[in-house]
Design a protein around this ligand. Structure first.
Ligand SMILES: Nc1ncnc2c1ncn2[C@@H]1O[C@H](COP(=O)(O)OP(=O)(O)OP(=O)(O)O)[C@@H](O)[C@H]1O
Ligand SMILES: [Mg+2]
Length: 454
């Protein structure tokens, strides 16, 4: 901008100088003496113009120097940028060429390989030239080739995880690869950059795991069937044994009673005491057998689930218990609307046993309280039956649900120890869980779930 303006001013100055010279020559020519003021004016004009010209020339030189420096600076900068560009390009090429994962770029239209990296050459066994003479279809067998065509004709996003494919190497080996690709422009063509991770080993391991699982499942099924058969055998055995034991027991009890009634006068007090002990022992054994029978009957019954209101069942049971022991004052708190998806008859047996236990083990407690409510545990709703009775030592908790296992002496709290075994069996038949928490003298809480809760 500055240079053309300066040149223009320079022209004007030169013009003025020229005019002043012409005027001098003209005056000299017509031999007219130059008047002093005119001579002084033209001299002043001449000197002024000369000075202006010098100044302009100086400024121009300075501007030219500045422009030259700027040009030099721009040149250095552009050389630097060019160097950086070359280095970045080199880095990117390295990332592609030396990447341990096989990579290539192919033309989206012709599907021809446009470039491949070292890992691809090494992994697939083709040379660079062989690759560049092939299309990506040459890596597939027929089924995969059709799948590829369908895949290519479908809509894909720019960055695309194409999933698992089978590729054929030059030596014929088929490998499993996981493909991730990205669309780009390559030498003006629409192309796709592909990264192929060989997952053959992983796929083989997964297949092995799958097969092992399958065998394991088959084995579990087989064992479960065997166990089921053994269980059924055991149950029918215990059922028939219990059943068959009843008759002789009844005989012992009946004949003991007959001796007591008909021959009482022949017996002294000791004899009578022995006989009554025989009778109470046989009666106790009768109870045990009855319990065993009912336990094995429960195992035989099928589970028919419906939506049940556990609160209503519990209330009925509590009313019965209150009737059976009218002298006892027990505070019972039952949460309303406790819905469960369970077999109503079996659920009643569960609640009955738990409530009977709560009743029994609070018999020596001053102000007995029994509660039934729903609690959330590990994201699951479970029912909790609690009391503030005798409680038990948690170190024996694992025995609670075994048949005939008792943590309290029969002299303290009567019972045969079959109730919780029955309860656990019912819960397991539902696919649920039961467990307890307690400490001696602090009461006990029994938690249970019934499996599916819909
Ligand atoms: N609420 C409870 N508080 C303290 N201990 C309990 C409670 N419930 C069960 N137990 C302990 O677990 C044992 C087993 O209980 P389970 O109901 O199987 O037998 P039982 O009540 O003794 O006899 P049964 O139920 O056959 O009449 C009990 O003897 C007792 O020691
Ligand atoms: Mg019981």
């Amino acid at each position: 901008m500055r240079a053309p303006t300066a040149i223009r001013i320079l022209y004007v100055c030169l013009l003025i100088i020229g005019l002043a010279i012409i005027l001098h020559i003209l005056l000299l020519y017509i031999n007219k003496p130059i008047s002093t003021p005119l001579a002084s004016a033209s001299l002043a004009l001449f000197i002024g113009t000369l000075l202006l010209t010098i100044d302009l020339a100086y400024r121009n030189i300075k501007a030219a120097r500045q422009a030259r420096d700027e040009l030099r600076h721009v040149k250095t900068r552009s050389e630097e940028v060019e160097r950086q560009l070359v280095s970045v390009e080199h880095d990117y090429k390295n990332i592609f060429d030396k990447n341990p994962m096989p990579m290539w770029i192919f033309d989206l239209e012709s599907l021809r390989f446009l470039t491949v990296n070292h890992a691809a050459i090494e992994h697939y066994g083709y040379t660079q030239d062989e690759f560049l003479a092939m299309t990506i279809q040459n890596l597939r067998n027929r089924e995969e080739s059709e799948r590829l065509q369908m895949f290519m004709s479908g809509q894909r996003s720019a960055l695309n995880s194409a999933g698992l494919w089978k590729h054929r190497k030059k030596n014929g080996t088929v490998i499993d690869v996981e493909i991730v690709s990205h669309e780009l422009l390559w030498e003006g063509k629409k192309a796709r950059l592909v990264m192929a991770a060989d997952v053959t080993e992983r796929a083989r391991a997964q297949q092995q795991i799958f097969e092992l699982n399958q065998t394991l499942e088959n084995k579990v099924e087989e064992r479960t069937a065997q166990l089921g058969a053994i269980n059924r055998e055991l149950e029918s055995f215990s059922y028939s044994v219990s059943h068959d034991l009843r008759a002789p027991l009844r005989g012992i009890d009946g004949f003991s009673q007959a001796v007591m009634e008909d021959y009482a006068q022949l017996l002294d007090e000791k004899g009578k005491r022995y006989l009554s002990r025989i009778r109470s022992a046989t009666q106790r054994m009768g109870h045990l057998i009855d319990d065993l029978l009912s336990l094995s009957k429960i195992s035989k019954s099928a589970v028919h689930r419906t939506h049940v209101n556990a609160s209503e069942i519990a209330e009925e049971l509590v009313a019965e218990l209150r009737e059976r022991s009218p002298s006892r004052t027990i505070t019972v708190e039952i949460e309303q609307g406790l819905q469960m998806y369970a077999d109503p008859g079996l659920l009643k047996i569960v609640l009955q046993n738990l409530l009977e236990n709560a009743w029994k083990f609070t018999s020596k407690t001053e102000s007995p309280v029994v509660t039934i409510k729903k609690v959330a545990m590990d994201g699951q709703d479970v029912l909790a039956v609690s009391d503030n009775g005798a409680g038990f030592d948690m170190q024996y908790a694992h025995k609670l649900f075994g048949a005939f296992q008792r943590l309290h002496a029969a002299t303290e709290y009567e019972g045969t120890g079959i109730g919780l075994a029955t309860v656990q069996r019912i819960i397991h038949m539902h696919g649920g869980e039961i467990w307890a928490e307690s400490s001696v003298g602090q009461g006990a809480t029994f938690y249970f779930s019934v499996g599916e809760d819909h």
